[in-house]
Structures are given as structure tokens and as C-alpha cells.
Write a protein that binds this ligand. Structure first.
Ligand SMILES: Cc1cc2nc3c(=O)[nH]c(=O)nc-3n(C[C@H](O)[C@H](O)[C@H](O)COP(=O)(O)OP(=O)(O)OC[C@H]3O[C@@H](n4cnc5c(N)ncnc54)[C@H](O)[C@@H]3O)c2cc1C
Length: 533
């Protein structure tokens, strides 16, 4: 059933068994799975059908830490959630990138996170496989050897040092599940229904207090609640849901809600100059391409034993063939400047350094500019630009809190204080050093313009992956949710989404979000609904 929140009378009280807040990949997955067990599900979604920039603007916030783009551009509101953004990328790039976390990502890793995940890779694998069906992905296959029809081999590198892994890409958004959801007798999707707060009696959530876009208010009373509003709104809504009496936000008894915010650290990491020119034409595995009907792409990573031994954050490297001029440090500085202008807070201190570097590399910068401005035919590729997509280690001071500004409903917006640490940057620099050493020894090539101690530094951008803000840990003093994703202090409240990730790995998060949502759905299905409302 599909209901427009604007048609619900002011003051209405809706009763259901399970109330899910948010209709993105996480909420959709929980809804379809739990409803298949006959449980009545109501999904409250702030946006409408499809994307509406005026609704997305409700996701605007304040950025006070590492420069970040307007938060409303990093998430979308509507049935399908932020996956609605996936279609807005450049034509030909409108697919989503998927890969499970590596087994090492679940481990306790000194220097990254002492506790690790309360689940391991083997436990997650069946859920990942099921997530593949929902995400319309190809076979659960992430090593080059899994793709015998692949024409180009990976670079010939010692597997004990550097590994080629595979990501999958698929043109699909979770909005495509709308029909399936809304034709289910057990599911009511209410769009234009923004939850303002979760009311609780101290131990249980009693109701979700919601409003339609036109200001009418209604409540949803349920046996259980799942918060699935994304990695920034999940903590914001918990903080907004202060308990009467002590004023503590839901689940925030240990001041953990919103802390440990992690993004993906992305930047140009170096330029791989191949030892032989023919390596460029033989590197097809590292391009996005179809094999047996599935779009795949190879990436380079350090071997897990190297990551463990060196105490590194995990990272992957995109290997993009490029004309040499485009990889010049001057062009990198131009890109950093462009990105800085679009991010807040603005960092004027680094501008002179970037301008100097652009000036020193003016011929390359000019040629690159003309190349794109005049839409010249693609120059011959000579080198590979290495792009890093790295893990940020959990940092207690990197956090989401409530801001000073108010949203259209009069509530404080999210305030993001993103704090990548110096150790995160050092880990990437060390990873590039090790990668360079292995590439040289194997006779593949050498890395120049390595990310490291250069000044000014390239700007780390995020990938719009919002993680860690309601972290999962069996110990309530270290995590907001337990291993079953239930809020420690609130018996009937669960959290779905990347906010529960204790650590981030390097893989894009949605496959793991959906796998965890399936695990949560199994937990909920197995629960006793006999006393359902
Ligand atoms: C441009 C872009 C490209 C991306 N590409 C990839 C990719 O290739 N691979 C990948 O794995 N990830 C990618 N991501 C990240 C991915 O989109 C998110 O990780 C994923 O959508 C998160 O799913 P979710 O269900 O947890 O949250 P969301 O998808 O953010 O859904 C949350 C939903 O909750 C709703 N909501 C929020 N607050 C309220 C409220 N108070 N009341 C009611 N409803 C509310 C929102 O309207 C939204 O619909 C990309 C993100 C962006 C921005």
C-alpha cells in the first residue's frame, strides 16, 4: 500500500507491528523481508516518489571539520533513499559500485580498532549472497580468478604483497523496489512523512511522531521500530529524541551517539609509470567492463598480511589510464582548488600553495584545460593515475551533533565535524610506498608523485559514505547498538544502515548495509510478534 502522508488527518494515530523510519536500501530490505513473515509493516519516508531537490534540501546541515560538500548533496530523500542519487551521476557512470568488506575488516586490528566487529566474514557471507539478489548484482564473485572469461590478466605481482580485487557495478536503484513494496498487503509505505522524534517511556519507544510536508502531525504506534534514515540522520534523530526527565538522547547514555563518524578517504595517490608501454593496452581488467553480462572492474590492494603486519588502514587503488599531462601535480592542485571552493569550511590557508604549484606546472595545466575545454580527442594514454579509496579509522572526536540552524520543521540541523586523523594520511602514504616497492620489484612500473608529505596536501574528499555514528559493540559503554543492531538501552529499537559499522574498510557500503539489514530482518522475523499491536 502506498499512502501520501499529506492525506493523513492531523492528530491521527496509526497502529502497526513494525515501524521503519526511512525508505532507502536499509529500510526497504528490512520491510520486504519482515513483511514476508506476515508482520504488518509501516515505512515512514520523508521524501516522495522520485527525487525532489526541494525535499532533499531538508538534508542540509552545518560542516565545521574537514571541508565537506553540502550534506544535502550527499543523500537523497524519497522512496529508494540516497540510491536515487546513483542515477544522477554522469551518463555511463550511473551504476552503483559493490563489494563486500574484506575478512580482515571484521577483525580487531591494533592501531585501527581494538575490538573489531562482533560478527565475522564467514557469518556475513550468506547475507552478502542474499544481498546480491536484492541489489540485482551478478554472481557473488570478487576475485579475478572467479571470472575465467576475463580476457586481460591482473598485473603480475606477488600475491603475498599486492592483490588485485574486483568490484561489481550495476545500473539499479532501490527505488525499483517501490512496486514490490507497495503491492504487498503487509506493507504500508507512507511518503511525505518526516519523523520528528521517537517518544519513549525510558526503556521502550512508544511512538514515532511524524509530520507531513504541509505541517500536519500524526503518530505511529508499533511493537518495534527500525531507524533506517542514513548515517547522519540516524544519530540526529536519536539526539532529537531526548527522553523526558533526564534529557538524554535515545541510546546516548554513554555519549556515543553521533561519535566515530567515518567517511571514505579519497584522493589522487600517485602516478604509475608502466615499465612497458604495452601494459596500458593489457590493463583492461582495471577498466569498468562487462564479463559474462556483469560489469566488473579490478582494483589494487595490499595483501591482508601486509596490512596486518604494518598496522595499516585498509585501502584500494583505482588504476585509471590517463595522458601524462593530466596527472601533473599542477592539475591535482587545480582539482583540489575546485573541490575546496565547493566545500565548507573554506580553507584559505592552502590557496597560495596550490596557486604556486599550478604556476610551476602551467604548461601541463594549460594543455589539460584546452584538452577538455575544446573537447579534443582522447590523447594516447601513457600512465595510470592511482586513486586511493581508503579506510578512516574510528575517531571519537569525528562526530555528528545538533547544529544551531533549524530545518523547515524548526528542528536543529545535523552538524558534521568530520576529522580524518594524521595517522589516516600516514597509513595511505605508507600503503603507496609499499605498493610502489612491489610494482618496481615485479617489473610492472614505478609510482611517481606519491601522496605523502607534499605541501599543500591534496584534499581528501569523501565518497558520501556516512559510517560509524551508532556503532555496533556488545559492550554498551563502547557501542550504541548490540551485535543484533538493537539499541542497548531501548528494548524495541533497532538501527539499520552504515551508522552501525564499527570500522569502515574500503569497500562502498551499500552491499554491507543490505547484508546487515537482512541479518536484522531475520532477527526480527524470529521474534515473538504474538503481542503485536
Ligand atoms: C552520489 C552518490 C553515489 C553513491 N554511490 C554509491 C555506490 O556506488 N556504492 C555504494 O555502496 N554506495 C554509494 N553511495 C552511498 C549509498 O547511497 C548509501 O550508503 C545508501 O543509500 C545508504 O542507505 P540507507 O538506506 O542506510 O540510507 P539512505 O539511502 O540515505 O536512505 C535513508 C532514507 O531515510 C529518509 N529519512 C531521513 N530522515 C528521515 C526522517 N526523519 N523521517 C522519515 N524518513 C527519513 C530519507 O529521506 C531517505 O530516503 C552513494 C551516495 C551518493 C550520494
Amino acid at each position: 500500500m502506498l499512502i501520501d502522508g499529506r492525506s493523513i488527518p492531523d492528530g491521527e494515530r496509526v497502529e502497526t507491528d513494525l515501524c521503519i523510519v526511512g525508505c532507502g536500501p536499509a529500510g526497504i530490505t528490512v520491510a520486504r523481508e519482515v513483511a514476508s513473515a506476515g508482520v504488518r509493516v509501516t515505512v515512514l519516508e520523508s521524501g516522495g516518489r522520485g527525487q525532489d531537490p526541494s525535499v532533499d534540501r531538508q538534508g542540509a546541515g552545518e560542516s565545521v571539520g574537514h571541508p565537506y560538500v553540502g550534506m544535502e548533496r550527499t543523500r537523497a530523500r524519497g522512496i529508494g533513499g540516497t540510491s536515487l542519487h546513483w542515477k544522477l551521476d554522469a551518463p555511463g557512470d550511473e551504476d552503483w559500485i559493490a563489494r563486500p568488506l574484506d575478512p580482515i575488516d571484521f577483525e580487531a586490528r591494533p592501531g585501527v580498532d581494538g575490538s573489531g566487529w562482533p560478527v565475522d566474514a564467514a557469518t556475513m557471507e550468506p547475507y552478502y549472497r542474499r544481498a546480491h539478489e536484492i541489489g540485482r548484482l551478478g554472481p557473488f564473485a570478487y576475485q579475478p580468478a572467479d571470472w575465467p572469461a576475463e580476457p586481460d590478466p591482473p598485473f603480475d605481482l606477488p600475491a603475498s604483497e599486492v592483490v588485485t580485487n574486483v568490484v561489481q557495478r550495476v545500473a539499479h536503484t532501490f527505488a525499483e523496489h517501490e512496486h514490490e513494496l507497495t503491492t504487498s498487503n503487509a506493507i504500508a509505505v507512507v511518503h511525505h512523512a518526516t519523523v520528528l522524534r521517537l517518544a519513549s517511556d525510558g526503556t521502550r519507544v512508544t511512538a514515532a511522531e511524524a509530520t507531513s510536508q504541509d505541517g500536519r502531525k500524526f503518530t505511529v504506534v508499533a511493537r518495534r521500530f527500525v531507524l533506517a534514515t542514513g548515517g547522519i540522520e540516524n544519530p540526529r534523530l536519536l539526539l532529537l529524541s531526548r527522553r523526558t526527565g533526564d534529557g538524554v538522547g535515545l541510546g546516548n547514555e554513554h555519549d556515543l551517539v553521533g561519535r566515530y563518524f567515518m567517511e571514505r578517504l579519497s584522493a589522487r595517490a600517485g602516478v604509475l609509470v608502466p615499465a612497458r608501454p604495452d601494459l596500458i593496452s593489457q590493463a583492461g581488467l582495471y577498466r569498468s567492463h562487462l564479463v559474462d553480462g556483469t560489469r566488473i572492474q579490478g582494483v589494487l590492494t595490499l595483501a591482508p598480511d601486509v596490512v596486518r603486519r604494518e598496522g595499516l588502514r585498509n585501502a584500494m587503488f583505482w588504476v585509471r589510464e590517463r595522458p601524462r599531462m593530466i596527472t601533473s601535480p599542477g592539475v591535482g592542485s587545480l582539482l583540489s582548488m575546485y573541490r575546496l571552493i565547493r566545500r565548507r569550511p573554506f580553507q584559505p590557508g592552502v590557496v597560495p600553495g596550490h596557486v604556486m604549484r599550478i604556476a610551476r606546472n602551467l604548461p601541463d595545466v594549460t594543455r589539460t584545460f584546452l584538452h577538455y575545454a575544446l573537447r579534443q580527442p582522447e590523447s594516447a594514454f601513457e600512465v595510470f593515475q592511482l586513486g586511493v579509496q581508503a579506510e578512516q579509522a574510528p575517531n571519537r572526536d569525528s562526530r555528528v551533533t545538533l547544529g544551531r540552524r533549524r530545518d523547515v520543521h524548526g528542528l536543529p540541523v545535523a552538524r558534521l565535524d568530520w576529522r580524518p586523523a594524521e595517522a589516516d594520511r600516514e597509513s595511505i602514504a605508507r600503503s603507496v610506498e609499499l605498493l610502489d616497492g612491489s610494482l618496481r620489484h615485479a617489473g610492472v612500473g614505478r609510482v611517481i608523485h606519491k601522496i605523502g608529505s607534499e605541501s599543500p596536501r591534496p584534499l581528501f574528499t569523501g565518497n558520501w559514505h556516512h559510517m560509524g555514528t551508532t556503532r555496533m559493540d556488545p559492550d554498551p559503554s563502547r557501542g550504541v547498538v548490540d551485535a543484533a543492531c538493537r539499541v542497548h538501552s531501548t528494548a524495541n529499537l533497532y538501527v539499520a544502515g552504515s551508522s552501525v559499522f564499527p570500522t569502515a574498510g574500503y569497500a562502498n557500503p551499500t552491499l554491507t548495509i543490505v547484508a546487515l539489514a537482512l541479518r536484522l530482518a531475520d532477527e526480527l522475523r524470529a521474534g515473538n510478534w504474538g503481542d503485536a499491536a
